[in-house]
Ligand binder design. Sequence first.
Ligand SMILES: *Cc1c(COP(=O)(O)O)cnc(C)c1O
Length: 362
Amino acid sequence: MTVYNFSAGPAVLPNEVLRQAAAEMTDWHGSGMSVMEMSHRGEEFMAIHAAALRDFRELLAVPENYKILFLQGGGLGENAIVPMNLLGRKPQPAVVDFVQTGSWSTKSLKEARKYCTVNIAASSEASKFTTIPPRASWQLTPDAAYVHVCTNETIDGVEYQFTPDVGEVPLVADMSSHILARQVDVSKYGVIFGGAQKNIGPAGLTVVVVREDLIGHALPICPSAFDWKIVAENNSMYNTPPTYSIYIAGLVFQWLKRQGGVAAMEQRNIAKAALLYEYLDSTGFYQSRVDVAHRSRMNVPFFLHDETLNTAFLAGAKERGLLQLKGHKSVGGMRASIYNAMPIEGVQALIAYLKEFEAHHG
Ligand SMILES: *Cc1c(COP(=O)(O)O)cnc(C)c1O
């Protein structure tokens, strides 16, 4: 049976990548070693690491005046690491503007309160995080240290379809769940970060893209292993990096290049999301509650009109190889995550099941 995994993260990886990793598991390219067993300072791993950095730069078209850092700590770790690295540019206590659009930006602003004064410049909490507040409504602080946005809210299923202009203040974006799924003008951002386990590779790797002038302002309390200046000076090898996660991410980057890169991936993601939302909108049996203009192409929360059928729906889905469709507990219902590695056939199989289930229970 073909299995399609709709997990929000850790999430589906390309089959080709998993097969290649399996073939290379015990002996990488005749080295006699698994990548897991290699010194991070040896020539074999250094080559893997350099290729992954190069391919990521090419895929996201990262300009030369930005550093790409491979860290650990995940998206949540960055919620502390970002303020510790950026606040030193301002007198303390500094103000940071947050745009609150769902669970992840809410976690980010709560963590930031340990380090700075948080201004919630705009919030969609009153709508239960089903929309993105228009840029014109944001109440920004003129001398803020930075503006934080989460450009794809994985749990709530809202995604920015625009790049906010915040003037000279650095724009910091948590792109954990849609990085490399759409083209991004990196030059509009001061910092972009993301945990790998949604759209890049296995958990353990965190990617940070940071404009060079924003490096070197860490607060004294910032741990050295998370001080972007120290990490950048050591080419992300200050301490042992998550070597196997970097290796798999590197294979995913090569796979993405074979698919035609991010531009081609974005077109496929648009097509996959359109197919699913069109079906959800065409029936009263299921419902998407997110503002049409801000629906995520990656994470599609939806509800059965009759929620007493949820358990039967999930059991039937599992029988058909459609896995991990249960919604996040804070939102309820269902959620289909359709990242880069989800083929359109997976979305078609899900829609076929949605129809079948409705025919039996509608
Ligand atoms: C998953 C996720 C995180 C948290 O990542 P961890 O690696 O668990 O720390 C943060 N932000 C967004 C948008 C996410 O989707």
